[in-house]
Design a protein around this ligand. Structure first.
Ligand SMILES: Nc1ncnc2c1ncn2[C@@H]1O[C@H](COP(=O)(O)OP(=O)(O)OP(=O)(O)O)[C@@H](O)[C@H]1O
Length: 492
């Protein structure tokens, strides 16, 4: 039995050995199948990756070929569309803008800048050049007589830190509506030279820089600060319904003359800055959803302030109207649009535009400017008086009851716009001074600013302080624009 038992154990042993060797051979078989499968898998995978890579290379190659073709056809289109005359005209504009380094001759120094524009003494300053790569074009903002304006983002030219690298400045980009139109490009180039000469001032739209490298191909871009709330005229019209009149009968000084400047005026009014309980009101709410007489007063002073600066250059604006004054969300304003179309008034371009689509704005123009199209600081002062009328009627049309064709005869006959409802009599008196038939008897912008300051010192001193503070902040902001265009200095 013991022999039987041991033979059974041997059998089991032999079986188990046989089984183990069978398992091994199965495992070996499995292993090699696995290896074959893996190799095939990697081979197919690698082949697919290779195919994809080749596909990508072919795509890149075709794309760059297409691009080159497009560029060539753009250049071909450009050269086929422009005649050699146009090309040399663009070359002339380009040359005319360059700084020759010559000093302005004595006799030209006090000439209005529009005169100086005809010479090469008012050059484009190279420090304003911006690399196209640092600009990103954004949405369309509007179109003027000869230019198209878009919003853009500007990258710092020479960022010093990671934070500066990421920063972007929102700007406005102005280009010619049709870059093959020599008149438009030349107006744009003149506007750029003019803006270089104007420099920076809180109530005047500031130049940030320009892209001029492709000017000989008709491409010129003026980069200005972005003023976010549109033009002042539209703002007043839209916000008419929320307007609050701060002008009240003066209850405190009944025995005093009606006005310190015009003692015989019928009404004595002052601006109210206290609530019922005697609590002090904010002079101006920064929110655009609030519009009061104080805001109108502040806008009037700011426009006069900007015009006073332009007059010192000396620059005649020629198209001063609230539609050409831009508003920022902190309620500061910028005079924009320096009347380039008017300088080119002799060109047929100007005439077709102004007679067909944009008639001469006779309601804003002084009689002598309508008569002979001669613009001076005094004709700007007349237009400023009209701006005051627009302000205090909340965007009302000057001479509303008169047809455009009859306006000239109406003002020639000595008739003027009537006193707006929300306007202090002293400010209406100022308007009438601006509308003197004799240009030499109208106040200068310096006198207008002084008049305003005097008026505010007497009736709204808090407001005067407030406006002065706002303008200091704006001057600082404009100074910082240089940081965006400052290019890396070569290491000495
Ligand atoms: N710096 C800016 N910031 C924000 N918007 C602007 C700026 N400049 C212009 N715009 C917008 O673009 C529009 C067109 O401006 P642009 O100065 O070209 O034309 P315009 O004043 O209507 O006409 P023109 O210069 O031909 O007399 C303006 O009405 C304004 O709404």
């Amino acid at each position: 039995r013991s022999n039987e038992a041991s033979s059974t154990e041997n059998d089991i042993f032999v079986r188990s050995v046989r089984a183990t060797s069978e398992d091994d051979s199965v495992k070996k078989e499995d292993g090699s199948t696995f290896r074959i499968r893996t190799t095939v898998f990697f081979f197919i995978y690698g082949f697919l990756v290779l195919l994809a890579f080749i596909g990508f290379l072919v795509w890149r190659l075709r794309r760059s070929k297409l691009k080159a073709q497009n560029n060539n056809s753009y250049v071909a289109r450009f050269f086929s569309r422009i005649s050699s005359n146009t090309y040399s005209a663009l070359q002339n504009i380009y040359n005319g803008m360059r700084d020759t380094g010559e000093a302005v001759p004595e006799e030209l120094r006090d000439c209005p800048v529009h005169e100086q524009l005809r010479t090469h003494y008012m050059p484009y300053k190279k420090k304003y050049e911006i690399s196209n790569e640092n600009l990103e074009k954004k949405k369309y903002l509007g179109k003027g007589n000869f230019g198209v304006v878009r919003m853009g983002l500007l990258k710092m030219a020479d960022p010093k830190t990671e934070e500066e690298e990421k920063k972007r400045l929102t700007v406005a980009l102005k280009s010619a509506a049709n870059c093959y139109d020599i008149t438009q490009t030349s107006m744009l180039a003149d506007e750029l030279r003019l803006m270089c000469a104007i420099g920076r001032f809180p109530n005047v739209l500031a130049l940030v820089g320009a892209v001029t490298v492709e000017l000989r191909r008709g491409r010129l871009l003026i980069v200005t600060e972005f003023i976010d709330c549109g033009d002042l005229h539209s703002y007043l019209k839209v916000h008419k319904d929320i307007f609050e009149d701060h002008l009240v009968e003066d209850r405190n000084e009944k025995d005093e003359p009606d006005s310190y400047l015009t003692p015989l005026s019928a009404k004595r009014k002052t601006y109210l800055y206290t609530k019922e309980g005697g609590e002090q009101e904010e002079v101006i709410k920064e929110s655009l959803k609030s519009l009061t007489t104080s805001d109108l007063l502040s806008f009037g002073l700011q426009i006069a302030n900007g015009m006073q600066y332009l007059a010192t250059i000396p620059l005649v604006h020629r198209d001063l109207a609230l539609r050409n004054v831009l508003l920022k969300n902190n309620k500061t304003v910028r005079i924009a649009d320096f009347g380039m179309a008017r300088i080119h008034q002799t060109s047929s371009y100007y005439r077709t535009k102004k007679t067909k689509d944009a008639p001469i704005p006779v309601r804003w123009m002084s009689p002598e400017a309508v008569d002979n199209m001669i613009f001076t600081q005094q004709s700007d002062v007349w237009s400023y008086g009209i701006c005051l009328y627009e302000l205090f009627t909340l965007g009302g049309l000057p001479y509303p009851e008169i047809k455009t064709d009859d306006v000239y005869d109406y003002m020639k006959a000595g008739r003027r716009c009537s006193q707006p409802e929300h306007c202090h009599v002293e400010l209406y008196n100022l308007m009438k001074l601006c509308w003197n038939m004799k240009p030499e008897l109208r106040p200068t912008f310096s006198v207008i600013v002084e008049y305003f300051i005097e008026h505010m010192k007497n009736s709204a001193p808090q407001l005067l302080d407030y406006v002065e503070k706002m303008l200091k902040v704006e001057a600082d902001n404009q100074r910082q624009l240089d940081d965006w265009i400052r290019t890396p200095q070569p290491v000495s």
